[in-house]
Design a protein around this ligand. Structure first.
Ligand SMILES: Nc1ncnc2c1ncn2[C@@H]1O[C@H](COP(=O)(O)OP(=O)(O)OP(=O)(O)O)[C@@H](O)[C@H]1O
Length: 236
């Protein structure tokens, strides 16, 4: 089943046309990496999928519904995203935040399990605001998983994480994916992660999906690695 379908998507900021007719699909259970150089339009694309950014032309269909003609609340219920933490995070401790979102999402996942899985025990009584950048990211991701979403959209989830944390995060993503058949769409500048964990890759270049292929297809076409593929396809 198609979870996401995007046809001829266009988006400009003033005179800067960032997306110029992008096409994309994601099926249930796929992990898809979106790559491209700084400013290529990856976050813009993800924010449109999150239904938090308007677009100028084209069609975005989530869970078989055109988002411009549908009830966004129904669609958003099935999506989890990692957004920048807002002000109210300041006044709450890690465990309190998790409990709050568990209640919002009516989640069946036990807080102690999430704390164990994300190695948050030493931090559970700390104020979110006082955590390091990497740990803030881990807590935001733990919150995203609480809702057991059908679609998980992550903008550079591993940037700033140390190697153990990155490993732990990917283990969590791949377990979630195989346990629930959930779809994951993420951006990263780390081509090794794409090669190891993503089923498909979309390269955004000059505002379009210049390449949209399986990771194995890219490697089978003669590139020794996704890193090399990127370097050859994208000029500075
Ligand atoms: N709200 C905005 N207003 C004006 N221009 C914007 C806005 N958001 C993004 N842009 C511009 O749109 C282009 C694409 O930005 P975007 O953040 O989507 O790229 P990206 O591929 O995610 O980049 P990076 O890898 O650096 O995170 C950039 O030129 C950026 O400056």
């Amino acid at each position: 089943m198609n979870i996401v379908e995007v046809h001829n998507l266009e988006k400009s900021y003033g005179s800067n046309q960032v997306l110029r007719g992008l096409n994309f699909q994601a099926q249930a259970g796929e992990i898809i990496g979106v790559i491209g150089k700084n400013g290529a339009g990856k976050s813009t694309f993800l924010e449109i999928l999150m239904t938090i950014k308007e677009y100028d032309a084209g069609h975005v269909v989530l869970f078989q519904k055109d988002i411009q003609k549908s009830n966004l609340e129904q669609i958003r219920k099935q999506i989890s995203v990692v957004l920048q933490p807002t002000q109210f995070y300041k006044t709450l401790k890690v465990e309190e935040l998790l409990k709050l979102f568990k209640a919002y999402y009516q989640s069946n996942i036990e807080i102690h399990q999430i704390i164990k899985d994300f190695q948050l025990e030493p931090h559970r009584k700390k104020y979110f605001d006082k955590l390091s950048g990497g740990w803030k990211q881990i807590v935001s991701l733990a919150i995203a998983f609480l809702s057991d979403p059908k679609l998980l959209i992550l903008d550079e989830p591993t940037t700033g994480l140390d190697p153990h944390m990155r490993n732990m995060l990917w283990t969590y993503i791949t377990n979630y994916n195989s346990r629930t058949d959930g779809t994951v769409i993420l951006t990263t500048h780390n081509m090794e992660e794409i090669e190891m964990y993503c089923d498909k890759v979309m390269l955004i270049n000059n505002g379009i999906n210049e390449v949209f292929d399986t990771t194995s297809g890219i490697l089978a076409s003669g590139f020794p690695s996704v890193h090399e593929f990127y370097l050859q396809k994208v000029s500075i």
